[in-house]
Design a protein around this ligand. Structure first.
Ligand SMILES: C[C@@H](NS(C)(=O)=O)c1cncc(N2C(=O)c3ccc(Cl)cc3C2(C)C)c1
Length: 477
């Protein structure tokens, strides 16, 4: 009868049968520590997926996780996240907030507290209405960056500039985040930028660089072992909070003086709405300010490099921008929506160089991933770096091809650089709009070249970064 012919429903395999890396969590940790492979975590994950298959378990010190790469497994994970999605916390960050008696922003909050702050912030930070209000601010800063670069080119006789743009990109993204959040220009793109803002940028970099080693080791242990790391980390946080507090104070004073003006940034809108208490506004605005610097600067650097070594793509983008501007001379929002190739370029950069190399969740119920039983509460990580370079998901994966995102593709859950669901990156629209405007103005005004066509080696320092920033040459068009 038909029953006996039906393929036996594959029996779900037990959790313990999932392929596992290494033996003992502490020897695994020691090995990472010895080979300093924390900063190559993304490459180690790629190796594990190649050797062990599309799902594997890893025990690292106190953390144990299941790692996945297939879009349909990601979809299954998304369906099990519940209404309070959770990712791996950062103990050492929360420890700083407790020590200094600061409230946490949405990144560190969980449960009901996270959801109530998040829903209020979404209206100003992530909604289309919010984007329309802050888009002109980002456009102004992107234009100023072009003038900033033009000034430097005109200073030398050759009429071109070959430069490591790393530091300048941090000044751009900080100037942009500061303007969108506080409604004030920090002056980072002028001849003599103010020292406080430069100190803030350095503090965010130090904080991020010292986070990685502190991520995997119980920080109490580290405070004993390597107090300089701990001290550096805390000092960086203190500078970040002090600087953010100064900006917040003077916005708050202006606000109290009741100078009625138009839109003057996200923070003023949050104060006007009065839905979030002041200390929650401070905690979240500080997170958005600090979270808006390195995260957007790196993908811009990677994109400029890829455009420099793919001149035909650069030329196609220049043509698309010209066409789009002639069709939408006025409405900036319309303009950005008529540049699908430029949107594809940003997706292509984030596919090859995902700023956050994993998306993590704890499923709230038992699920089956790749035919294995996963108990509720298990940490499941999506390997974004290996996923973006998998030839099964992306034909010819190492080819920088923005047009690939314009072709119809029935598989969802492939563009995951900002995460997914209600806990996805809240800065997504700020980052996307900021990058679109920056690249549009840069490609329109400069021919971008690079000396070296070789791949950039990447390191993971809580954020995916180039091991050595590339040298780029800019020639006014
Ligand atoms: C790199 C990626 N890691 S992730 C979230 O995918 O695991 C990421 C993505 N978007 C934002 C961030 N942030 C920062 O850089 C940062 C700095 C200081 C503070 Cl107070 C808050 C942040 C956040 C977490 C917003 C980090």
């Amino acid at each position: 009868d038909s029953q006996s012919l039906a393929p036996a429903k594959a029996q779900t395999l037990p959790f313990k049968d999932i392929p596992c890396t290494g033996r003992n969590p502490w020897t695994n940790l020691a090995r990472y520590w010895k080979n300093n492979s924390f900063q190559h975590l993304h490459l180690v994950m790629e190796d594990h997926f190649q050797n062990l298959g599309p799902i594997y378990r890893e025990n690292l010190g106190t953390h144990s996780s299941v790692n996945i790469i297939h879009p349909h497994d990601v979809a299954r994970l998304f369906q099990s996240e519940g209404i309070f999605p959770r990712r791996m916390g950062i103990g050492v960050w929360a420890a700083h907030r407790d020590l200094r008696n600061h409230k946490c922003g949405v990144f560190l909050l969980n449960g009901e507290e996270w959801r109530s702050d998040r829903l209020i912030l979404n209206k100003e930070v992530l909604s289309l209405a919010g984007v329309k209000k802050f888009l002109p601010f980002l456009d102004e800063v992107a234009n100023d960056f072009v003038s900033f670069l033009m000034r430097r080119i005109n200073k030398n006789t050759r009429g071109t500039l070959t430069v490591d743009l790393y530091a300048d990109l941090f000044r751009f993204t900080m100037e942009a985040s500061g303007y969108v959040l506080y409604g004030q220009r920090l002056g980072l793109l002028e001849e003599h930028p103010n020292e406080d803002s430069l100190r803030f940028i350095r503090a965010v970099e130090t904080m991020i660089k010292t986070t990685l080693p502190l991520l995997y080791l119980p920080h109490q242990l580290l405070r004993l072992m390597d107090s300089s790391l701990w001290t550096q980390h805390m000092e960086a946080w203190d500078i970040i909070f002090q600087q953010a507090d100064r900006c917040i104070q003077n916005i708050y004073q202006e606000f109290c003086l009741g100078q009625e003006r138009g839109y003057s940034g996200i923070m003023a809108e949050l104060l006007l709405q009065g839905e979030l208490p002041l200390d929650s506004i401070k905690a979240n605005v500080t997170e958005l300010m600090a979270g808006g610097v390195d995260t957007t600067a790196m993908p811009l650097l990677f994109t400029l490099f890829e455009l420099a070594r793919n001149p035909s793509v650069q030329q196609e983008l220049r043509a698309e921008i010209k066409r789009a501007e002639s069709q939408n001379p006025k409405d900036m929002n319309q303009l950005l929506n008529s540049m699908p190739l430029l949107k594809g370029a940003i997706k292509e950069t984030l596919r090859l160089y995902p700023v956050g190399i994993t998306v993590q969740r704890y499923p709230i119920k038992d699920i089956v991933l790749h035919n294995y039983h996963i108990p509720a509460g298990t940490l499941v990580q999506v390997g974004l770096y290996p996923l973006g370079r998998s030839s099964q998901l992306f034909p010819n994966p190492l080819h920088y091809d923005p047009a690939r995102w314009m072709r119809r593709d029935e598989t969802n859950f492939k563009a995951l650089a900002f995460g997914f669901g209600s806990r996805q990156c809240i800065g997504r629209r700020i980052a996307e709009t900021e990058m679109m405007l920056f690249l549009m103005h840069m490609i329109k005004n400069f021919q971008i070249n690079t000396v070296s066509k070789d791949d950039i080696k990447t390191v993971f320092r809580f954020i995916l970064m180039p091991e050595k920033p590339p040298l780029l040459t800019f020639r006014p068009v």
